[in-house]
Design a protein around this ligand. Structure first.
Ligand code: ATP
Length: 218
């Protein structure tokens, strides 16, 4: 998708390991795109996540599963910048690159589950992230109360800013998403127990997990 000259309510960016991508990611992304009237949404599979263990599926397999999941959505795309860059995947690098592509007038919204947001102030150069993007905090099932003093302070400070204007970066908004208690960890465990994750991933991803013998016997 050509992002240059996009009009605009904004672009959403959802990063993750997507090991595998599931309906919790997809429905939440849909809810945020709808709530903020986003023009486009990018899914960013990490190459080497810095806040967690190495994914079990390969980069290619995780990328395939994302592509399969969003194939029918015209304004949704995969951003492969972390994969192309290699090495540790830092969100600041991804957003800097995207900001250069879209220019300074387009709001960028970084979508984060409430669990991820709780750790946000430990992210590499997190203050700079807020100069490049707004945060859309997706209140995740089972993590409804964000219980972390530093992120609460951040939320309070930046939510006030949010009331003042529609900014291209620096706002933090909490967005209620359809509560789906689905996690990739639980899906991998289910497959390892010999069960198929019906209705937790798209049918295409379900087929792919079977074809590639993913997550078995772990
Ligand atoms: P894992 O169980 O392996 O930790 P995950 O299901 O949390 O994986 P990630 O790829 O790590 O998936 O998540 C990417 C982003 O999507 C994170 O910001 C995470 O908080 C968010 N997210 C994941 N699952 C959901 C869900 N069910 N509802 C809302 N947000 C979600």
């Amino acid at each position: 998708m050509n992002l240059v000259g996009l009009c605009v309510a904004g672009i959403g960016v959802l990063g993750g390991t997507f090991d595998p991508i599931h309906l919790g990611h997809l429905r939440s992304a849909w809810d945020v795109a709808d709530a903020l009237s986003l023009d486009a949404l990018q899914f960013v599979p990490s190459y080497q996540p810095v806040h967690r263990d190495t994914p079990q599926a390969s980069v290619e397999q995780r990328l395939d599963m994302v592509r399969l999941s969003i194939a029918d959505m015209p304004n949704w795309s995969v951003n492969t910048s972390e994969i192309r860059r290699g090495g540790p995947s830092y969100t600041i690098d991804t957003l800097s690159h995207l900001r250069q592509q879209v220019g300074s007038d387009v709001p960028i919204w970084l979508l984060l589950g409430s669990d991820a947001f709780e750790g946000f102030v430990r992210w590499h150069r997190w203050q700079e992230i807020l100069t490049l993007a707004n945060l859309a905090v997706m209140v995740r099932a089972g993590a409804e109360s964000i219980d972390c003093s530093s992120t609460n302070a951040l939320m309070a400070q930046h939510e006030t800013v949010a009331l003042s204007s529609l900014q291209v970066a620096g706002m933090v908004r909490r967005i209620a998403v359809t509560p789906l208690a689905i996690s990739a960890t639980a899906i991998r465990a289910e497959v390892a127990r010999g069960k198929l994750p019906h209705y937790l991933v798209t049918p295409a991803v379900l087929d792919y997990i079977q074809q590639q013998n993913l997550y078995q016997g772990i």
